[in-house]
Design a protein around this ligand. Structure first.
Ligand code: FAD
Length: 293
């Protein structure tokens, strides 16, 4: 299929992009890397009359680390996240996750801003944003807004963005020495969207989890924090009993759904498997002890 006809404008500045969006309202759509939007246009799932290309805007580019915060411009491509030393050192969860996003051709064009704005429930980066307590920086007609990731993802392909907004950047706290992160997903083939995935970030002291954020994705309509499961694991030594309690608590946290790729029951089982594996990745010492006990 071919896309319906549309006009195309290359925004000259962020202010220009905002003014175009303000003028054209819901008839306009931003295009960044085009890796989600162009397929949607070709399948005629969306039919904007104007595409506003933000790809040339310097204001939305670059990665910086300042005062313990990693700021990633919205136009940062997946391949740049994969290669950036700042991401590897200060946001290793994103570095781990990005390897699972699609294939090299898509990673060469797709952007972090596009991925967060798209809010595909099976996407890796929204779950990382949730696990890392990211702040999403948005420019709109009334100026800049800073939105916590927990408030940004609202539902299936739905975010706190209005049609007049541009996602400018995402900020995540740089990892500290007492923190660890781990990322795992199960997919049928490398590069496929996950059947279920888990991005997690933890603070540890004396081999015990002191804080734990378990952000599941591809299970439900949006990335979801498993708060009840985390409660079963924080503040006590990891044991078979605490892992089993946490796995059982996932039933309260997650609303797994059937679709053509997997049943809700399969997804629930995969979520429990991922929890055990991710804990072994976060606390390899405890996992080794349990094996030898
Ligand atoms: P675009 O396609 O340009 O835009 C996507 C949406 O976001 C549009 O609605 C657009 O208006 C809006 N938008 C873009 N930028 C902004 C902004 N700065 N502010 C406000 N709104 C904005 N993704 C995964 O996460 N995991 C996968 O495994 C995966 N596999 C894929 C496999 C295939 C075959 C394809 C084609 C895509 C896949 N993707 C996957 C999607 C890919 O990662 C996209 O690049 C990404 O989701 C969107 O980024 P983009 O820059 O291409 O956005």
């Amino acid at each position: 299929m071919k896309a319906p006809a549309f006009d195309y404008v290359r925004a000259r500045s962020l202010a220009d992009a905002l003014s175009l969006l303000q003028r054209h309202g819901e008839a306009a759509k931003i295009i960044a890397g085009g890796q989600s939007l162009v397929p949607a246009l070709n399948l005629r799932l969306v039919a904007p009359s104007l595409l506003v290309d933000i790809g040339g805007l310097a204001e939305l580019k670059g990665i910086s680390v300042d005062g313990g915060v990693v700021r990633i411009g919205a136009l940062t491509r997946h391949v740049e996240l994969q290669r950036a030393p700042e991401i590897a050192s200060h946001a290793p969860l994103i570095a781990e996750a990005i390897r699972h996003v699609a294939h090299p051709a898509i990673r060469n064009r797709g952007t972090i801003g596009g991925s967060l704005a798209q809010a595909d429930p099976a996407s890796e980066l929204p779950a990382c944003a949730l696990a890392l307590q990211a702040t999403i920086v948005v420019a709109g007609p009334q100026g800049e807004r800073r939105i916590a990731a927990e408030d940004f993802f609202r539902g299936l392909f739905e975010t706190a963005l209005s049609p007049h907004d541009v996602l400018v950047a995402v900020e995540v706290p740089a990892i500290r020495p007492d923190e660890r992160s781990a990322f795992l997903e199960l997919a049928r083939r490398s590069g496929d969207y996950a059947l279920v995935g888990l991005a997690c970030h933890a603070r540890l002291a004396d081999g015990v989890l002191r804080e734990l954020r378990l952000a599941y994705f591809a299970i439900g309509t949006k990335p979801t924090l498993a708060v009840n499961a985390a409660k079963q694991l924080v503040g006590k030594p990891l044991s078979e009993a605490s892992i089993a309690d946490a796995q059982a608590a996932l039933a309260q946290d997650l609303a797994a759904q059937d679709d053509i790729h997997a049943s809700a029951a399969t997804r629930g089982q995969l979520a429990r498997v991922l929890l055990r594996r991710v804990l072994a990745a976060l606390l390899p010492e405890a996992a080794a002890e349990r094996k030898t006990a």
